[in-house]
Design a protein around this ligand. Structure first.
Ligand SMILES: Cc1ncc(COP(=O)(O)O)c(C=O)c1O
Length: 381
């Protein structure tokens, strides 16, 4: 019997991987489950993206190894996207590294910057991958609490009271997942000032800025942010292309080069056709986001109705692909609440506690479910 590496003892199987298995088993028994858990967009990518991918397959270099840094025209499309959508100027030759999704970037950034024993500031609640990757590279997660009273924004004065001497990296993610909270320029300015004062690299994980959000904001839009910060972005949610695995990390050349050093030792360049399709998507223009918004808005209205049936409360100003709802005062834990609904009504919703202890008392509905199914979920109650 060969034992796995010790590092596997400090990470657990991803909640969704376990839960989706359970849902498949229920479905195999003939139950009809409405899955409002996971944020995998069910809508189609912009028209022509798939056509471009198909047509690219006949190009002479389509099946060869690709550059670690991606096609120059992909980096140009990403730079142009940042300029048009966020008013951030990036040099496509030096400031952008295409990635296989932003999730990949969390590992690459951690490998590039963290030594064993370094500490990492991680939002609670937040995307579970920040903590698991921190553990995998032998660094130490230090959670900072977010709460509804503070609009799910970091309380920097509170964080500053701790000993930050070992902290090397801080994860932020606005619009925030799972809560949908939005940062303002002022919030980001304060984070830049905090990071400079404490010599911490800040990474804003920004895959949700075009979903139900009128004012997409990049962390790099803030003066001085490039000195201490990086941003991850992705076409997974913005263009309904989660399975394509196309994302990017953007920032200062020096930092990007460190990440490239890791990446070029771990994988090879992204498949040519995917890069071609991604370029087409990135050039879709603002009209694409208006059509996306109108669909998600209609779905969200129905999810709000469902949340109200469950006596939950929610913030109407939140952004992103989810509705984050507070459970009624006397309810059981979020995991028990969700399991009961799955058992009795065949509707799966994500318990807030899987995003950290501060998520207890909340549940998260995904908007990646069509109106008909949300209506059916409402009918089941
Ligand atoms: C906060 C956050 N970051 C990153 C990701 C990963 O996205 P990608 O598909 O770009 O790897 C997700 C996906 O759910 C997410 O919620």
């Amino acid at each position: 019997m060969i034992e796995p590496a010790n590092r596997l003892n400090i990470v657990e199987e991803y909640y969704f991987s376990k839960k989706l298995r359970e849902i498949s088993e229920l479905e195999a028994k003939g139950e009809s489950i409405i899955n409002m858990g996971i944020g995998s967009p069910d809508l189609q990518p912009p028209s022509q993206v798939v056509e471009v991918l198909k047509n690219s397959l006949k190009d002479e270099k389509a099946h060869q190894y690709q550059s670690y840094r991606g096609l120059p025209e992909l980096r140009k499309a990403m730079a142009n996207f940042y300029k048009e959508q966020y008013y951030v100027r990036l040099n496509s030759e030096t400031d952008i590294l295409p990635l296989m999704g932003s999730k990949e970037g969390i590992m690459h950034i951690s490998m590039a910057f963290l030594n064993p024993g370094d500490e990492v500031l991680i939002p609670n609640p937040g995307y579970p991958t920040y903590a698991s990757v921190t553990n995998l590279v032998g660094a130490k997660p230090v959670f900072y609490n977010l709460n509804e009273d503070n609009k799910w924004l970091p309380d920097l004065a509170e964080i500053q009271k701790q000993d930050l001497s070992k902290v090397k990296l801080m994860w932020i993610s606005y619009p925030h997942m799972p809560t949908g909270a939005k940062a303002t320029k002022k919030v980001f300015e304060d984070v830049v000032e905090f990071a400079k004062r404490n010599n911490i690299l800040v990474v804003n994980d920004n895959p949700y800025s075009f979903i139900l959000n009128g004012y997409p904001l990049s962390f790099l839009n803030i003066t001085g942010a490039k000195d201490i910060g990086l941003e991850l972005n992705s076409i997974s949610k913005s263009f309904n292309m989660a399975g394509w695995r196309v994302g990017m990390v953007v920032g200062k050349k020096k930092y990007i080069d460190y990440i490239l050093k890791v990446k070029s030792n771990m994988d090879s360049g992204m498949f040519y056709g995917l890069q071609k399709g991604a370029i087409k998507a990135l050039n879709s223009g603002t009209i694409w986001f208006s059509s996306l918004t109108s669909i998600y808005r209609q779905r969200r209205d129905l999810v709000w109705e469902l949340a109200e049936i469950l006596n939950c409360t929610y913030d109407k100003h939140a952004a992103g692909l989810f509705v984050w709802a507070k459970l009624p005062k006397d309810s059981s834990s979020s995991i028990e609440f969700v399991d009961l609904i799955l058992k009795n009504k065949g509707v799966f919703i994500t318990p807030g506690s899987i995003f950290g202890s501060q998520g207890e008392g909340y549940i998260r509905f995904s908007l990646c479910v069509d109106e008909e199914k949300i209506q059916e979920a409402i009918n089941r109650f």
